[in-house]
Each structure stands twice: as structure tokens, then as C-alpha cells.
Ligand binder design. Structure first.
Ligand SMILES: CSC[C@H]1O[C@H](OP(=O)(O)O)[C@H](O)[C@@H]1O
Ligand SMILES: Nc1ncnc2[nH]cnc12
Length: 275
């Protein structure tokens, strides 16, 4: 596998991957085209500065939402961020709730993930050597703690913890599937949290999900079922304060990584030269 050219100084230290309805971040940006062994990322990477922190932003669906969740170039997005120097990733996302207690407008920072996707490339290590990263705790504890703290300060009542089940999509779940997920104790459902989190782990990036509940999932609500219009409408109602929250988290994230997340993957020949 080829080695990417890295800039001499990191162009950015924090990456933000925007989801549905979150197509831009920061005003004064420079856009860079990054080529990767996995093709181009969803869009050129937007790089800007926030409170002295260099931030790289990419909207995972593309700014015109042309990539459905199962066709997002996840590997290219993570690789591009990493190649710019990013070491911590914030991942805002629209999700359904699997519990009536946490309705639309709730901010949740899950601590576990269940993968129900299929057919997505979910590793950088699919040739040459068998590499098995540890993924017991998929998210960065420091990033999570920072996000929950910033959310509380900003007046949200965030849900600290829970399990995000990631479905293949692009369809929403049936009521039976949804009830089954809820019966397992899983609390949130989305379509993009995997393989994004594991690809971040494979590149020794900290990854923190910021899940905005846009709906009660089909098995929980009593209405007609989840629709894309509903998701986008509720997200649009909340995106301003979510954007502010992401900015607060960027400002509060410690720059030295003292978390237990892998800093480099010992003994593993990363397909990328680490700075
Ligand atoms: C727009 S409806 C469903 C769509 O919304 C979520 O996207 P994201 O996680 O990027 O905010 C969900 O995962 C689906 O991709
Ligand atoms: N109910 C739901 N299921 C899957 N992905 C979602 N994204 C937002 N709401 C969702």
C-alpha cells in the first residue's frame, strides 16, 4: 500500500465530520483537495481556526447530501483527516431514539456501538497482514467527557452513555426491528456511526460521537413511522445550537492526548506515515 505525503506541520489537529443537515462549519476556511488511496473524500476538506485550534471539516454525505449512508467514502474521509494531522474527531449525527424518555432535540453521547451494517469496507487492513484492533470501548473517554461537560454548560441535558446501533439503511427500521433493538437495551439508532468509528481507531484517532435525536424510532412512536423529512426538519431546528456545541467542544478538548485511546498502533505497520 502506498504511503501518503504528509505536510511538514499538521494542517489541523481536530476533525469534525458533519452529518445530515450539518454541511458547513466555521466561516473563514481554506478548502483543500486531498487525494487518498481510497479515492477522494466526500468533499474538499475545509480548514479553519477556532480559538487557536486548527480544525478540519468534512460533511460525510457531501454538502449536497449526494452520498447515502452506505455509499459514504468513510475510508477516504478518515484517511484525509489523518493525513492533514488530525488526531481527534468529533462526529455530529442525526439519530433515532429507542426510548420514549429521550425525544427529539435530545443530545446523546453514547459509549457503546452495535454494528448491524453489511457490505461496507470497514478496515484499512484488508491485505498484506491480519490486523485486529481493540474496539471494546469504541469512543474516546476524554472526548465524551468533554462533550457531555460542554453540553451541560450550554444548557442541554445530555444523555451520558448508551448504545448506538448502526443499521445498513438507507431505509429506516421496521417496527419489529426497532422493538427488537430496544429490547436489547440499545438506546439510539443511526446509519453512519459504523464504520466511521472503527476506521478512526485503526488510524489511532480519538473519536467522539455527538448524537442529536431527531425522532422516536418506528417501534417506539405511535405515529406513521420515521420519515426523512421529519429527520431533516428536526435537525434543521437544532443545527444552530448543535454547531455552537461542537465549537464549544473544540475549544475545550485537551490538546495533549492523555486518554487511553491508541496513540500509535504498536507493532502494526500503519498504512500511513505518522507525524
Ligand atoms: C436524513 S435521514 C437519515 C440519515 O440521517 C442520519 O445521517 P447522519 O448520521 O450523517 O447525521 C442517518 O444516519 C442517516 O444517514
Ligand atoms: N430513526 C432513525 N433510524 C436510523 N437513522 C436515523 N437517523 C435519524 N433518525 C434515524
Amino acid at each position: 500500500m502506498s504511503t501518503s505525503q504528509l505536510p511538514t506541520a499538521p494542517a489541523a489537529e481536530i476533525g469534525v465530520i458533519g452529518g445530515s443537515g450539518f454541511y458547513s462549519f466555521l466561516d473563514d476556511i481554506e478548502e483543500v483537495q486531498v487525494d487518498t488511496p481510497f479515492g477522494p473524500p466526500s468533499d474538499p476538506i475545509a480548514i479553519g481556526e477556532l480559538a487557536g485550534r486548527r480544525v478540519a471539516f468534512v460533511p460525510r454525505h457531501g454538502r449536497d447530501h449526494r452520498f447515502p449512508p452506505h455509499r459514504i467514502p468513510y475510508r477516504a474521509n478518515l484517511w484525509a483527516l489523518r493525513s492533514l494531522g488530525v488526531r481527534q474527531v468529533l462526529a455530529p449525527s442525526a439519530v433515532g431514539s429507542l426510548t420514549p424518555d429521550h425525544g427529539p432535540g435530545t443530545l446523546a453521547v453514547p459509549d457503546q456501538l452495535v454494528d448491524r451494517t453489511y457490505g461496507r469496507s470497514q478496515t484499512f487492513y484488508d491485505e498484506g497482514a491480519a490486523v485486529h484492533v481493540s474496539f471494546s470501548d469504541p469512543y474516546c473517554p476524554t472526548g465524551r467527557q468533554t462533550a457531555v461537560g460542554a453540553a451541560r454548560t450550554a444548557g442541554w441535558s445530555p444523555v451520558d452513555g448508551g448504545t448506538l446501533v448502526v443499521i445498513e439503511g438507507p431505509r429506516f427500521s421496521t417496527r419489529a426491528e426497532s422493538l427488537w433493538y430496544a429490547s436489547q437495551g440499545w438506546t439510539l439508532v443511526g446509519m453512519t456511526g459504523h464504520p466511521e468509528a472503527v476506521l478512526a481507531r485503526e488510524l489511532a484517532l480519538c473519536y467522539t460521537p455527538l448524537c442529536l435525536v431527531t425522532d422516536l424510532d418506528a417501534g417506539i412512536e405511535e405515529g406513521e413511522g420515521v420519515t426523512m423529512d421529519e429527520v431533516l426538519r428536526v435537525f434543521a431546528e437544532n443545527v444552530g445550537r448543535l454547531r455552537d456545541l461542537v465549537a464549544d467542544v473544540v475549544k475545550s478538548l485537551p490538546s495533549d492526548r492523555t486518554c487511553p485511546c491508541p496513540q500509535v498502533l504498536d507493532g502494526i505497520d500503519l498504512p500511513l506515515t505518522l507525524p
